[in-house]
Design a protein around this ligand. Structure first.
Ligand code: SF4
Length: 216
């Protein structure tokens, strides 16, 4: 397809249909066995990678399996367990405060609504959406750096504001597709539509992407 034939605004339906061929079953890459673990692992994943977080969480959750245990942890012990994830001092304090808040306000349980989740220490809208979508199966769209980049390159939004991008994406797909659709956009950004050198020549969206570049 010549540049002039390329759609300026491909539909999200078409994008997701094509991505479903390359990313059949979009799965969370954070390894967790319950919602508490997912919440803590997602907080730890800030400025880190899921792969790195997966290397520290088995020992962390063996030692502190729930909010009660983590709320009584010493900062030094938690720091030593999560050190590879970066910013470990701040994160150690954050997840202990998070566990204390879960204990004090939610009987040690993770709340299952956005309003309460975003009141927890270290939890913003993206983390809350991850927990809703992947912990509880409640339709939500976590907007991270990959989803922002891919959405802008595909003209699904013109905004740089994560909350506005979330609203723009929600408007363009049925609620039943929010979890799988946003996961596919995220994984596409992580492995194909890379920040510095997107792999346009091997991209399944090459023919419909307004940002296709023949030079990368
Ligand atoms: S064609 Fe290139 S810019 Fe467009 S989605 Fe694919 S990798 Fe990203």
């Amino acid at each position: 397809m010549k540049g002039s034939d390329r759609p300026r605004h491909p539909s999200l339906d078409l994008i997701l249909e094509k991505l479903s061929g390359s990313i059949g079953n979009p799965r969370m890459e954070l390894e967790c066995s319950n919602v508490f673990e997912l919440l803590v692992a997602t907080v730890l994943s800030a400025q880190s990678t899921d792969r790195t977080v997966n290397t520290v969480t088995p020992a962390l959750f063996r030692t502190f399996p729930d909010a009660r245990a983590l709320s009584g942890a010493s900062v030094a012990e938690v720091e030593s367990l999560i050190r590879p994830t970066g910013f470990f001092r701040r994160k150690a304090e954050q997840i202990i405060r998070l566990a204390i808040t879960l204990q004090e306000r939610f009987s040690g349980m993770v709340p299952r609504n956005m309003e309460d989740l975003v009141t927890l220490p270290g939890v913003g809208r993206k983390t809350a959406s991850v927990v809703l979508a992947h912990g509880f199966g409640i339709p939500a769209i976590p907007v991270d750096t990959h989803v922002i980049r891919v959405s802008r390159r595909l003209s699904l939004t013109v905004s740089e504001d994560p909350e506005q991008i979330e609203a723009d994406l929600k408007r363009q797909m049925p609620e039943s597709s929010w979890i799988s659709g946003s996961s596919r956009l995220l994984l596409h950004g992580r492995y194909v539509c890379l920040a510095k050198k997107p792999l346009c020549h091997s991209c399944v969206l090459a023919k419909i992407c307004p940002s296709f570049s023949p030079h990368v």
